[in-house]
Ligand binder design. Structure first.
Ligand SMILES: Cc1ncc(COP(=O)(O)O)c(C=O)c1O
Length: 382
């Protein structure tokens, strides 16, 4: 299919004949200004305030998790989640090589070493088959019930699948492999607010799930994150560790752990609450856009990625798969030259200098996708 034909369609769809079309712009159509002004008027702009609590209640309700804990961003949410899952310095965490760098960075922040497995071609998320194959070849469960990497001698302390662009990974199967090898499951659901497997929200299949509310996400609060869990002890500890492990006291400063300043400020939470109130409408709008793209690309040489049966994707970033690397590159150049913002999928983590030494399994699917995938404009249309 001719690139100009695709670009014309995108311009028509976004009702913009010549301006810059972003990949994903925030949409502020509700009570954002009212709530943010409220925090300023009340002076409660920082980490104590009613909007933080309201945001946590809304996130618990939306995801169906018993508890939600607000953090400053998704990276810190993931770091904290790994610490809470029991990941210690010098241990390993298995994740997919095809992910945003924050997944691997959070593993490093926890003092652990990432190990990379392949993704499925259709979901672009961690492949349960690749995970199982890697563990069969390299892992053993010792008498203490710990999963040990036989090659490195280190404990595999967690598994972090990621729901790429809001398309749910095969999370039920991944969870089953994790149970078999006694590996805690922490879901990087940063991109998948509003995505489900059956009627269960992504991020709720393992011990802990994390979300991001960065400026490029469907729901944004400038910067923000959330941890969700059904485990009361983990939820309590998450709140404690994200607020410098301060023991409540009328005026004394007593802290009982080496902790973090990861709590989401009320100012951001106000924006998040206003945005979450519009989540259903935004998801509907994005689903309509995905339907238009899907019809447009039907039967063409470029394939448009659709949600898999039994799952509901949030269509955060609409995704094309080109036939080969040359076509991907040509489209990226022509679209960006024409002020229609498009982006390739990420470089594989094991190609980045800081993760090049990390152990990995066969990555054929990730490599195949890396050469072909492009995201196209996906903002909520006004
Ligand atoms: C897969 C994934 N993990 C983690 C993050 C980190 O979130 P944040 O940017 O809020 O730190 C992001 C997004 O930015 C992401 O896409």
């Amino acid at each position: 299919m001719e690139t100009s034909h695709i670009l014309n369609f995108i311009r028509r769809t976004f009702n913009d004949a010549e301006g810059f079309i972003p990949l994903h712009a925030p949409y502020f159509g509700g009570k954002e200004k009212e709530y943010v002004t409220d925090t300023i008027d009340s002076t409660f702009v920082s980490s104590v305030g009613a909007y933080v609590t309201r945001f946590e209640e809304m996130m618990a309700e939306i995801t169906g998790a018993r508890y939600a804990i607000a953090t400053v961003n998704g990276t810190t949410a993931l770091h904290l989640a790994l610490v809470l899952a029991g990941v210690k310095y010098g241990e390993e965490v298995i994740t997919q090589s095809l992910t945003f760098v924050a997944t691997a960075n959070a593993i490093s922040h926890a003092g652990a070493i990432p190990v990379f497995a392949d993704v499925d071609k259709d979901t672009m998320g961690l492949s349960p088959v690749a995970l199982q194959a890697f563990l069969e070849e390299h892992a053993t469960v010792n008498a203490k019930g710990e999963c040990i990497n036989k090659t490195t001698g280190r404990r595999i302390a967690a598994c972090v699948p990621m729901h790429t662009f809001g398309f749910p990974a095969r999370i039920t199967e991944i969870a089953a492999v994790c149970v078999k090898y006694n590996i805690p499951l922490v879901e990087d659901a940063a991109e998948s607010l509003g995505s489900y497997v059956g009627d269960k929200h992504t991020g709720t299949f393992g011990k802990i799930g994390v979300f991001s509310f960065n400026g490029n996400k469907t729901v944004t609060c400038g910067g923000g994150g959330a941890i969700v869990t059904d485990d009361e002890a983990i939820a309590k500890k998450a709140k404690h560790l994200s607020t410098t492990a301060k023991i409540p006291h009328a005026y004394e400063f007593v802290h009982d752990d080496i902790a973090y300043n990861y709590r989401m400020p009320n100012l951001n939470a106000a924006l998040a609450c206003a945005q979450l109130e519009q989540l259903d409408a935004m998801l509907k709008n994005k689903r309509e856009l995905a339907g238009m793209y899907s019809n447009f690309f039907e039967g063409s040489s470029v394939s448009f990625v659709k949600e898999k049966e039994g799952t509901k994707a949030n269509y955060w970033l609409n995704t094309l798969i080109f036939q080969d690397h040359l076509q991907q590159q040509a489209f990226l150049k022509e679209s960006n030259d024409s002020k229609v913002m498009t982006r390739p999928i990420w470089r594989l983590m094991n190609r980045l200098p800081m993760y090049a030494h990390c152990q990995h399994g066969d990555l054929s699917n990730a490599e195949w996708l890396e050469e072909r995938v492009v995201n196209i404009p996906s903002s909520v249309r006004k």
